[in-house]
Unconditional design. Structure first.
Length: 279
């Protein structure tokens, strides 16, 4: 039998998430404007998607409350999340330096500022994917941390990426993965050079939707579309659709009601077809 590994509890201290815990993270550069209109740029990786199944999804980002980026977001209500490729890591690290307030860090990099589509802060041309955001909510935690919940106003990508499949897109974008630092001086990054794929599949006992109960009448068209929704999501879809129908003073969920709600939350025909095909 293989020898069992010995586990040891370690002390929790500041920067545990970076010094001790190995926590792969997305690397981004967030651009903002200060109250005088000066551009600020800084790298951030405490970021995750949030409330994704809506037409205007949100993302959640952690900051130091005294950072220039957080102050600018609080004052202006806008920011842009730029995702650089691994070839621009040196320029990304330049924006991590503690330049004085009112200095545009991008002037010390090779990044090119371009106008954003929906917000005032600029985007970065060299970044293959960009999210333009406005503030939905700001949460100030104890001590020094702050959380910004941003509403995504526009998702902008390099045109060549639009028609690519997932695997090709991952390789083409070549996004770096942050692996933490040592003593806040040396930062480690890696890339997805080795891509491992797994087919999900389903057990024979997987829910097929027969136990997804409705509380009002559904016509045949609406029922057929409901069956195209992945089983784990059907209960939520039923509740939301029936609530929408009631708001419309309807006693029956029709195919038109279903399509109207789907359209309002960004579920266009392509997305519905992805559900029907199990994608």
């Amino acid at each position: 039998m293989p020898k069992m590994k010995t586990k040891e509890e370690i002390k929790i201290k500041p920067f545990w998430y970076s010094d001790v815990w190995l926590w792969p993270k997305l690397i981004t550069i967030i651009t903002t404007l200060d109250k005088n209109g000066t551009v600020n740029a800084g790298p951030y990786s405490h970021i995750m998607q949030y409330d994704v199944m809506t037409k205007n999804p949100r993302m959640l980002i952690g900051f130091r409350q005294d950072s220039h980026t957080f102050v600018n977001i609080e004052e202006t209500g806008e920011f842009v999340v730029n995702c650089p490729s691994a070839s621009h890591l040196d320029d990304m690290m330049e924006t991590a330096k503690f330049y004085p307030e009112g200095i545009n860090e991008l002037e010390f990099t090779k990044f090119t500022q371009i106008p954003s589509k929906k917000v005032s802060p600029p985007s970065l041309e060299e970044c293959p994917q960009i999210a333009e955001c406005t503030v939905d909510e700001i949460i100030k935690l104890e001590k020094s941390s702050g959380i910004v919940i941003g509403k995504i106003e526009a998702i902008v990508v390099d045109q060549e990426l639009v028609t690519m499949g997932r695997e090709e897109r991952i390789k083409t974008m070549d996004l770096p993965i942050g692996m933490g630092d040592e003593a806040r001086q040396t930062y480690f990054h890696t890339t997805a050079e080795t891509l491992i794929k797994h087919d999900l599949g389903q057990p024979k006992t997987a829910m097929q939707g027969a136990d997804a109960k409705t509380s009002m009448e559904w016509d045949n068209d609406a029922t057929e579309m409901l069956m195209g929704v992945p089983p784990p999501l059907r209960k939520m879809v039923i509740e939301n659709t029936e609530e929408f129908a009631v708001e419309k003073n309807q006693n029956t969920v029709t195919g038109e009601i279903f399509k109207e709600l789907a359209k309002s939350v960004g579920m266009d025909p392509d997305v519905m077809e992805r559900f029907r095909s199990g994608g």
